[in-house]
Design a protein around this ligand. Structure first.
Ligand SMILES: CC(C)(COP(=O)(O)OP(=O)(O)OC[C@H]1O[C@@H](n2cnc3c(N)ncnc32)[C@H](O)[C@@H]1OP(=O)(O)O)[C@@H](O)C(=O)NCCC(=O)NCCS
Length: 189
């Protein structure tokens, strides 16, 4: 799998995550309010973050797309990640995002996701992009709503977390027809 494209949005640069992002990533990945909301344990050391970045890069060997770093242009800081994971060529993928809490509430996840979804439909020819969030993750649900994804239902007890707890998950999705309809109506950007 080749390198991810560099996508420049109004305030952000989306580019392949690199080992040198480890410091910026560890800054938020160690916090208890981040990973558990997305299904992973907080990182306990910088070297763990480096390993996770290598794992992200290694997913490409298995036909996955890789992970974008979200760079805040104003200060050139890596402030989060966005990705299309669980990719099935010519068919589907799942949207995932994380943002450093110092940068919450600025619509960063929304801006990054809009561009990554557009890339998924227009360059990868996906038919369907899903986003699943824990039902109690209000912030992530808001991102899905603001993106205009369709709520397709709640999978009750749908997710086994690393600590053994079981959580309900809300499923949102957009299909290519919806996306192109919104482009036609000038209702995406
Ligand atoms: C979900 C997440 C990526 C949203 O990022 P973001 O760039 O702040 O997104 P937005 O700016 O669009 O804000 C989304 C919602 O978060 C809430 N929010 C914003 N700032 C907040 C803050 N400082 N504290 C608490 N909630 C806040 C608001 O409800 C907002 O919705 P609104 O615009 O209708 O008011 C971010 O909260 C995060 O990284 N959470 C932890 C990881 C995670 O849950 N990932 C998703 C897994 S499915």
């Amino acid at each position: 799998m080749e390198k991810l494209p560099v996508i420049s949005t109004g305030r952000l640069l989306l580019r392949e995550i690199e080992e040198y992002d480890a410091n910026d990533m560890f800054e938020y990945a160690r916090l208890p309010m981040i990973g558990p909301s997305a299904g992973w344990q907080p990182h306990t050391s910088l070297s763990e973050t480096r390993t996770v970045i290598k794992l992200f890069q290694g997913k490409k060997k298995y036909g996955q797309l890789g992970v974008f770093a979200i760079v805040w242009k104003e200060n050139n800081k890596m402030v989060g990640t966005v990705e299309l994971h669980t990719y099935v060529r010519n068919h589907r993928a799942e949207l995932g995002y994380t943002v450093n809490p110092d940068y919450w509430g600025r619509g960063i996840a929304l801006e990054a996701s809009k561009h990554v979804i557009a890339w998924g439909f227009e360059k990868l020819w996906l038919k369907r992009i899903e986003c699943t969030t824990f039902t109690n993750n209000k912030q992530s649900r808001r991102v899905c709503e603001k993106l205009g994804l369709t709520f397709e239902g709640t999978k009750r007890k749908g997710y086994l977390l690393y600590d053994g707890s079981i959580k309900d998950i809300d499923c949102y999705a957009i299909i290519d027809d919806d996306y192109y309809q919104r482009i036609y109506e000038k209702n995406w950007w």
